[in-house]
Design a protein around this ligand. Structure first.
Ligand SMILES: Nc1ncnc2c1ncn2[C@@H]1O[C@H](COP(=O)(O)OP(=O)(O)OP(=O)(O)O)[C@@H](O)[C@H]1O
Ligand SMILES: [Mg+2]
Length: 383
Protein backbone atom coordinates (compact mmCIF):
# COMPACT_ATOMS: atom_id res chain seq x y z
CA UNK A 1 0.00 0.00 0.00
CA UNK A 2 1.56 3.33 -1.04
CA UNK A 3 2.07 5.90 1.67
CA UNK A 4 0.88 9.44 1.02
CA UNK A 5 3.55 12.07 1.54
CA UNK A 6 1.10 14.84 2.22
CA UNK A 7 -0.14 13.10 5.32
CA UNK A 8 3.39 12.87 6.67
CA UNK A 9 4.55 14.66 9.73
CA UNK A 10 8.29 15.30 9.43
CA UNK A 11 8.83 15.38 13.17
CA UNK A 12 8.25 17.81 16.02
CA UNK A 13 11.19 20.02 15.01
CA UNK A 14 10.40 20.39 11.36
CA UNK A 15 7.91 23.25 11.45
CA UNK A 16 10.01 25.54 13.61
CA UNK A 17 13.56 24.44 12.88
CA UNK A 18 13.45 22.55 9.57
CA UNK A 19 15.17 19.62 11.25
CA UNK A 20 13.64 16.35 10.12
CA UNK A 21 13.25 13.47 12.57
CA UNK A 22 11.13 12.30 15.44
CA UNK A 23 13.59 9.93 17.11
CA UNK A 24 14.44 10.41 20.76
CA UNK A 25 18.07 11.11 19.82
CA UNK A 26 17.28 14.00 17.52
CA UNK A 27 14.83 15.47 20.06
CA UNK A 28 17.57 15.37 22.71
CA UNK A 29 19.90 17.24 20.34
CA UNK A 30 17.30 19.96 19.73
CA UNK A 31 16.79 20.37 23.48
CA UNK A 32 20.53 20.96 23.93
CA UNK A 33 20.58 23.34 20.94
CA UNK A 34 17.77 25.43 22.41
CA UNK A 35 19.58 25.61 25.75
CA UNK A 36 23.04 26.56 24.48
CA UNK A 37 22.16 28.66 21.43
CA UNK A 38 21.50 31.93 23.30
CA UNK A 39 24.59 31.63 25.53
CA UNK A 40 27.41 32.23 23.05
CA UNK A 41 29.36 29.23 24.41
CA UNK A 42 31.54 27.39 21.92
CA UNK A 43 30.17 24.05 20.86
CA UNK A 44 31.90 20.94 19.57
CA UNK A 45 29.76 18.73 17.35
CA UNK A 46 30.91 15.23 16.56
CA UNK A 47 29.37 12.68 14.26
CA UNK A 48 30.01 10.69 11.12
CA UNK A 49 30.04 12.41 7.76
CA UNK A 50 26.62 13.49 6.54
CA UNK A 51 24.83 13.29 9.90
CA UNK A 52 23.79 16.97 9.88
CA UNK A 53 26.58 18.72 11.80
CA UNK A 54 26.31 21.84 9.66
CA UNK A 55 22.51 21.80 9.91
CA UNK A 56 22.80 21.87 13.70
CA UNK A 57 25.56 24.51 13.73
CA UNK A 58 23.48 26.82 11.59
CA UNK A 59 20.45 26.23 13.81
CA UNK A 60 22.51 27.23 16.87
CA UNK A 61 23.43 30.44 15.05
CA UNK A 62 19.85 31.15 14.01
CA UNK A 63 18.55 30.66 17.52
CA UNK A 64 21.11 33.05 18.98
CA UNK A 65 21.19 36.83 19.17
CA UNK A 66 23.86 36.67 16.46
CA UNK A 67 21.34 35.57 13.88
CA UNK A 68 21.38 38.91 12.04
CA UNK A 69 25.15 38.73 11.54
CA UNK A 70 26.96 36.21 9.41
CA UNK A 71 27.23 32.44 9.79
CA UNK A 72 30.42 31.39 8.01
CA UNK A 73 31.05 27.68 7.49
CA UNK A 74 34.69 26.81 6.79
CA UNK A 75 35.95 23.37 5.95
CA UNK A 76 39.42 23.24 7.51
CA UNK A 77 40.21 20.08 5.54
CA UNK A 78 39.65 21.80 2.20
CA UNK A 79 42.10 24.67 2.66
CA UNK A 80 45.80 23.99 1.96
CA UNK A 81 47.87 24.09 5.13
CA UNK A 82 49.92 27.08 4.01
CA UNK A 83 46.86 29.21 3.35
CA UNK A 84 44.69 28.47 6.34
CA UNK A 85 45.93 31.26 8.61
CA UNK A 86 45.60 33.69 5.77
CA UNK A 87 41.99 32.58 5.19
CA UNK A 88 41.04 32.68 8.86
CA UNK A 89 42.88 35.79 9.98
CA UNK A 90 43.69 37.72 6.79
CA UNK A 91 47.01 39.28 5.86
CA UNK A 92 48.75 42.63 5.75
CA UNK A 93 49.91 44.10 2.46
CA UNK A 94 53.25 42.62 1.36
CA UNK A 95 53.22 39.86 3.99
CA UNK A 96 53.97 37.29 1.30
CA UNK A 97 54.90 37.51 -2.36
CA UNK A 98 51.41 37.65 -3.83
CA UNK A 99 49.77 39.55 -0.94
CA UNK A 100 49.14 42.73 -2.86
CA UNK A 101 46.48 44.19 -0.65
CA UNK A 102 45.41 44.13 2.98
CA UNK A 103 42.81 41.42 3.19
CA UNK A 104 40.24 40.51 5.78
CA UNK A 105 40.09 36.95 7.08
CA UNK A 106 36.94 35.07 8.04
CA UNK A 107 37.27 36.08 11.70
CA UNK A 108 37.05 39.76 10.80
CA UNK A 109 34.20 39.21 8.35
CA UNK A 110 32.26 37.16 10.90
CA UNK A 111 32.47 39.83 13.64
CA UNK A 112 29.33 39.60 15.83
CA UNK A 113 28.41 36.39 14.03
CA UNK A 114 29.37 32.71 14.09
CA UNK A 115 32.18 30.76 12.47
CA UNK A 116 31.62 27.07 11.90
CA UNK A 117 34.95 25.24 11.69
CA UNK A 118 34.18 21.93 10.05
CA UNK A 119 36.81 19.15 10.21
CA UNK A 120 38.61 20.98 13.00
CA UNK A 121 40.93 17.98 13.37
CA UNK A 122 42.53 19.06 10.08
CA UNK A 123 43.67 22.40 11.49
CA UNK A 124 47.50 22.46 11.56
CA UNK A 125 49.10 22.68 15.00
CA UNK A 126 50.58 26.09 14.18
CA UNK A 127 47.11 27.58 13.50
CA UNK A 128 45.63 25.90 16.58
CA UNK A 129 47.59 28.29 18.84
CA UNK A 130 46.13 31.29 17.05
CA UNK A 131 42.62 29.88 17.24
CA UNK A 132 42.99 29.26 20.97
CA UNK A 133 43.95 32.89 21.43
CA UNK A 134 40.85 34.19 19.65
CA UNK A 135 38.72 31.87 21.71
CA UNK A 136 40.35 32.99 24.96
CA UNK A 137 40.39 36.74 24.50
CA UNK A 138 38.88 37.55 21.11
CA UNK A 139 42.11 38.92 19.62
CA UNK A 140 44.41 37.90 16.79
CA UNK A 141 47.03 39.30 14.46
CA UNK A 142 46.85 39.15 10.71
CA UNK A 143 49.55 37.26 8.82
CA UNK A 144 52.44 39.74 8.62
CA UNK A 145 50.67 42.12 11.00
CA UNK A 146 51.84 43.53 14.29
CA UNK A 147 48.66 44.92 15.85
CA UNK A 148 46.00 43.04 17.70
CA UNK A 149 42.55 42.98 16.16
CA UNK A 150 39.60 42.42 18.43
CA UNK A 151 36.51 40.56 17.28
CA UNK A 152 33.41 39.08 18.79
CA UNK A 153 32.92 35.73 17.08
CA UNK A 154 31.30 32.57 18.32
CA UNK A 155 33.05 29.39 17.27
CA UNK A 156 31.25 26.14 16.60
CA UNK A 157 33.54 23.29 15.59
CA UNK A 158 32.81 19.91 14.13
CA UNK A 159 34.78 16.75 13.70
CA UNK A 160 34.33 13.21 12.55
CA UNK A 161 37.70 12.30 14.07
CA UNK A 162 38.38 11.28 17.63
CA UNK A 163 39.96 14.49 18.96
CA UNK A 164 40.88 13.05 22.34
CA UNK A 165 42.92 10.37 20.56
CA UNK A 166 44.55 13.11 18.49
CA UNK A 167 45.42 14.89 21.75
CA UNK A 168 47.05 11.68 23.03
CA UNK A 169 49.04 11.41 19.81
CA UNK A 170 50.11 15.04 20.05
CA UNK A 171 48.44 16.15 16.81
CA UNK A 172 45.78 18.29 18.50
CA UNK A 173 46.43 20.77 21.31
CA UNK A 174 44.92 19.70 24.60
CA UNK A 175 44.18 23.27 25.74
CA UNK A 176 42.27 23.99 22.51
CA UNK A 177 40.40 20.71 22.82
CA UNK A 178 39.23 21.58 26.34
CA UNK A 179 38.30 25.10 25.25
CA UNK A 180 36.26 23.86 22.30
CA UNK A 181 34.43 21.14 24.12
CA UNK A 182 32.68 23.45 26.60
CA UNK A 183 29.49 22.01 25.16
CA UNK A 184 29.62 18.82 23.12
CA UNK A 185 26.97 17.06 21.16
CA UNK A 186 27.15 13.88 19.17
CA UNK A 187 25.00 13.42 16.11
CA UNK A 188 23.89 9.83 15.76
CA UNK A 189 24.47 7.97 12.51
CA UNK A 190 21.38 7.01 10.52
CA UNK A 191 21.61 3.42 11.71
CA UNK A 192 21.15 4.65 15.27
CA UNK A 193 17.87 6.38 14.34
CA UNK A 194 16.20 4.07 11.88
CA UNK A 195 12.73 5.44 12.68
CA UNK A 196 13.73 8.77 11.13
CA UNK A 197 14.59 7.24 7.76
CA UNK A 198 11.03 7.13 6.32
CA UNK A 199 10.62 10.82 7.23
CA UNK A 200 13.80 11.71 5.39
CA UNK A 201 12.72 9.67 2.37
CA UNK A 202 9.35 11.41 2.16
CA UNK A 203 10.72 14.90 2.63
CA UNK A 204 13.61 14.43 0.22
CA UNK A 205 11.21 12.94 -2.37
CA UNK A 206 9.16 16.13 -2.14
CA UNK A 207 12.23 18.36 -2.44
CA UNK A 208 13.76 16.36 -5.32
CA UNK A 209 10.49 16.50 -7.26
CA UNK A 210 10.53 20.31 -6.96
CA UNK A 211 14.23 20.59 -7.71
CA UNK A 212 14.21 18.40 -10.83
CA UNK A 213 10.65 19.25 -11.89
CA UNK A 214 9.53 15.62 -11.79
CA UNK A 215 6.45 14.06 -10.34
CA UNK A 216 6.92 13.01 -6.76
CA UNK A 217 7.76 9.37 -6.14
CA UNK A 218 5.35 7.24 -4.17
CA UNK A 219 6.94 4.54 -2.02
CA UNK A 220 5.50 1.12 -1.24
CA UNK A 221 6.10 -0.02 2.33
CA UNK A 222 8.47 -2.73 1.05
CA UNK A 223 10.55 -0.05 -0.65
CA UNK A 224 10.81 1.88 2.58
CA UNK A 225 11.81 -1.19 4.51
CA UNK A 226 14.58 -1.93 1.95
CA UNK A 227 15.82 1.62 2.42
CA UNK A 228 15.63 1.42 6.21
CA UNK A 229 17.56 -1.87 6.20
CA UNK A 230 20.36 -0.58 4.00
CA UNK A 231 23.50 0.70 5.70
CA UNK A 232 23.87 4.34 4.61
CA UNK A 233 27.53 4.92 5.30
CA UNK A 234 27.28 8.52 4.10
CA UNK A 235 24.26 8.97 6.39
CA UNK A 236 21.64 11.66 5.59
CA UNK A 237 23.67 13.13 2.74
CA UNK A 238 23.96 9.78 0.97
CA UNK A 239 20.28 9.05 1.48
CA UNK A 240 19.39 12.46 0.07
CA UNK A 241 21.53 11.89 -3.04
CA UNK A 242 19.97 8.47 -3.45
CA UNK A 243 16.45 9.93 -3.44
CA UNK A 244 17.56 12.60 -5.95
CA UNK A 245 18.85 9.86 -8.22
CA UNK A 246 15.70 7.80 -7.79
CA UNK A 247 13.45 10.77 -8.55
CA UNK A 248 15.23 11.26 -11.85
CA UNK A 249 15.74 7.64 -12.88
CA UNK A 250 12.37 6.26 -11.80
CA UNK A 251 10.32 9.35 -12.42
CA UNK A 252 6.56 8.98 -12.09
CA UNK A 253 6.76 5.44 -10.69
CA UNK A 254 5.40 3.88 -7.56
CA UNK A 255 8.62 2.60 -6.05
CA UNK A 256 8.47 -0.98 -4.80
CA UNK A 257 11.04 -3.11 -2.99
CA UNK A 258 12.41 -4.52 -6.26
CA UNK A 259 13.30 -1.08 -7.61
CA UNK A 260 15.23 -0.26 -4.47
CA UNK A 261 17.01 -3.62 -4.54
CA UNK A 262 17.99 -2.96 -8.14
CA UNK A 263 19.97 0.10 -7.05
CA UNK A 264 21.38 -1.01 -3.76
CA UNK A 265 22.13 -4.67 -4.33
CA UNK A 266 25.85 -5.36 -4.06
CA UNK A 267 26.20 -1.72 -3.29
CA UNK A 268 29.33 -0.80 -1.40
CA UNK A 269 28.20 2.72 -0.74
CA UNK A 270 28.02 3.84 -4.36
CA UNK A 271 25.28 3.82 -6.90
CA UNK A 272 24.94 5.23 -10.36
CA UNK A 273 25.32 9.00 -10.63
CA UNK A 274 22.41 11.40 -10.65
CA UNK A 275 21.56 12.36 -14.18
CA UNK A 276 19.42 15.30 -15.05
CA UNK A 277 18.24 15.89 -18.60
CA UNK A 278 15.10 16.56 -20.57
CA UNK A 279 13.89 13.03 -21.19
CA UNK A 280 14.33 9.47 -20.05
CA UNK A 281 16.08 8.74 -23.35
CA UNK A 282 18.56 11.52 -22.70
CA UNK A 283 19.20 10.17 -19.19
CA UNK A 284 19.94 6.75 -20.57
CA UNK A 285 22.38 8.16 -23.11
CA UNK A 286 24.06 10.30 -20.53
CA UNK A 287 24.37 7.32 -18.21
CA UNK A 288 26.01 5.23 -20.94
CA UNK A 289 28.30 8.12 -21.79
CA UNK A 290 29.40 8.57 -18.19
CA UNK A 291 29.98 4.87 -17.76
CA UNK A 292 32.15 4.84 -20.89
CA UNK A 293 34.13 7.75 -19.53
CA UNK A 294 34.67 5.87 -16.30
CA UNK A 295 35.87 2.81 -18.18
CA UNK A 296 38.27 5.00 -20.16
CA UNK A 297 39.60 6.52 -16.95
CA UNK A 298 40.01 3.07 -15.43
CA UNK A 299 41.92 2.00 -18.54
CA UNK A 300 44.23 4.97 -18.21
CA UNK A 301 44.83 4.14 -14.59
CA UNK A 302 45.61 0.51 -15.34
CA UNK A 303 47.90 1.68 -18.13
CA UNK A 304 49.66 4.03 -15.75
CA UNK A 305 50.25 1.58 -12.97
CA UNK A 306 51.34 -1.19 -15.28
CA UNK A 307 53.81 1.20 -16.83
CA UNK A 308 55.10 1.88 -13.34
CA UNK A 309 55.28 -1.80 -12.46
CA UNK A 310 56.71 -3.20 -15.66
CA UNK A 311 58.74 -0.43 -17.22
CA UNK A 312 61.82 -2.62 -17.20
CA UNK A 313 60.21 -5.47 -19.14
CA UNK A 314 57.96 -3.76 -21.68
CA UNK A 315 58.37 -0.57 -23.59
CA UNK A 316 55.69 2.10 -22.93
CA UNK A 317 54.90 2.17 -26.65
CA UNK A 318 53.35 -1.25 -26.26
CA UNK A 319 50.54 0.27 -24.25
CA UNK A 320 49.72 2.96 -26.77
CA UNK A 321 47.86 0.26 -28.60
CA UNK A 322 44.49 0.13 -26.85
CA UNK A 323 43.52 -3.48 -27.86
CA UNK A 324 46.56 -4.75 -26.01
CA UNK A 325 45.05 -3.42 -22.83
CA UNK A 326 41.98 -5.55 -23.40
CA UNK A 327 44.06 -8.50 -22.22
CA UNK A 328 44.58 -6.79 -18.95
CA UNK A 329 40.85 -6.41 -18.56
CA UNK A 330 40.23 -10.09 -19.14
CA UNK A 331 38.16 -11.13 -16.10
CA UNK A 332 39.86 -14.54 -16.00
CA UNK A 333 43.22 -12.87 -15.58
CA UNK A 334 44.66 -13.36 -12.15
CA UNK A 335 45.37 -10.14 -10.30
CA UNK A 336 48.52 -10.42 -8.26
CA UNK A 337 48.30 -9.03 -4.75
CA UNK A 338 51.41 -6.95 -5.43
CA UNK A 339 49.55 -5.05 -8.16
CA UNK A 340 46.61 -4.28 -5.94
CA UNK A 341 48.97 -3.23 -3.25
CA UNK A 342 50.77 -0.80 -5.50
CA UNK A 343 47.51 0.78 -6.66
CA UNK A 344 46.44 1.08 -3.04
CA UNK A 345 49.74 2.69 -2.15
CA UNK A 346 49.53 5.08 -5.07
CA UNK A 347 46.01 6.16 -4.15
CA UNK A 348 46.91 6.52 -0.48
CA UNK A 349 49.98 8.61 -1.35
CA UNK A 350 48.07 10.92 -3.68
CA UNK A 351 45.27 11.34 -1.14
CA UNK A 352 47.82 12.16 1.52
CA UNK A 353 49.48 14.69 -0.74
CA UNK A 354 46.13 16.44 -1.23
CA UNK A 355 45.28 16.14 2.47
CA UNK A 356 42.31 13.90 1.80
CA UNK A 357 40.79 16.14 -0.87
CA UNK A 358 39.18 13.55 -3.13
CA UNK A 359 38.44 15.88 -6.01
CA UNK A 360 42.09 16.89 -6.39
CA UNK A 361 43.33 13.34 -5.83
CA UNK A 362 40.92 12.00 -8.48
CA UNK A 363 42.16 14.63 -10.93
CA UNK A 364 45.77 13.66 -10.38
CA UNK A 365 44.98 9.96 -10.60
CA UNK A 366 43.04 10.66 -13.77
CA UNK A 367 39.88 8.96 -12.54
CA UNK A 368 36.44 10.14 -11.60
CA UNK A 369 35.64 10.92 -7.97
CA UNK A 370 33.16 8.05 -8.00
CA UNK A 371 35.85 5.57 -9.08
CA UNK A 372 38.21 6.94 -6.47
CA UNK A 373 35.53 6.58 -3.80
CA UNK A 374 34.94 2.98 -4.87
CA UNK A 375 38.65 2.21 -4.68
CA UNK A 376 39.03 3.86 -1.27
CA UNK A 377 36.23 1.62 -0.05
CA UNK A 378 37.67 -1.44 -1.77
CA UNK A 379 41.15 -1.05 -0.33
CA UNK A 380 39.94 0.28 3.02
CA UNK A 381 42.15 3.36 2.68
CA UNK A 382 41.78 5.56 5.73
CA UNK A 383 42.97 9.14 5.22
N1 LIG B 1 17.91 16.38 10.53
C1 LIG B 1 18.01 16.84 9.27
N2 LIG B 1 16.95 17.43 8.69
C2 LIG B 1 17.02 17.86 7.41
N3 LIG B 1 18.08 17.73 6.62
C3 LIG B 1 19.17 17.15 7.14
C4 LIG B 1 19.18 16.69 8.49
N4 LIG B 1 20.40 16.16 8.75
C5 LIG B 1 21.11 16.28 7.61
N5 LIG B 1 20.38 16.88 6.64
C6 LIG B 1 20.82 17.13 5.25
O1 LIG B 1 21.85 16.19 4.97
C7 LIG B 1 22.92 16.77 4.25
C8 LIG B 1 24.21 16.64 5.05
O2 LIG B 1 24.12 17.44 6.23
P1 LIG B 1 25.37 18.28 6.81
O3 LIG B 1 26.12 18.94 5.69
O4 LIG B 1 24.88 19.14 7.90
O5 LIG B 1 26.22 17.04 7.35
P2 LIG B 1 27.66 17.05 8.04
O6 LIG B 1 27.56 16.20 9.25
O7 LIG B 1 28.13 18.47 8.20
O8 LIG B 1 28.54 16.30 6.95
P3 LIG B 1 30.16 16.33 6.75
O9 LIG B 1 30.76 15.62 7.92
O10 LIG B 1 30.35 15.54 5.50
O11 LIG B 1 30.57 17.76 6.64
C9 LIG B 1 22.51 18.21 3.99
O12 LIG B 1 21.91 18.28 2.72
C10 LIG B 1 21.48 18.50 5.07
O13 LIG B 1 20.57 19.47 4.65
MG1 LIG C 1 29.76 19.43 7.26
Amino acid sequence: MPLKQLEMDFGPNYQDYKVIGHSEKISEIITIVKTVAPTGLSVLISGESGTGKEVIASLIHNLSERKNSRFIPINCGAIPEGLIENELFGHEKGSFTSASDRSKGYFEVADKGTIFLDEIGELPLSSQVKLLRVLENGTFMKVGGSTNIKVDVRVIAATNKNLSRMVEKGTFREDLYFRLKAVTMHLPSLKERLTDIPLFVMKFAQESADKYKRSQLIFEKEALSEIVNHHWKGNVRELKNFIDMLTVMETGKTVDGEIIKKYIKNDKGTYLPVLVGESQHQHDNELIFRTLLEIRNDLNLIKKFILNTYTKEVSPAYFEDEPAIKDILDPSREIKPAESLSEKQEIAAVLKKHRGNRRKAAEELNMSERTLYRKIEKYGINI
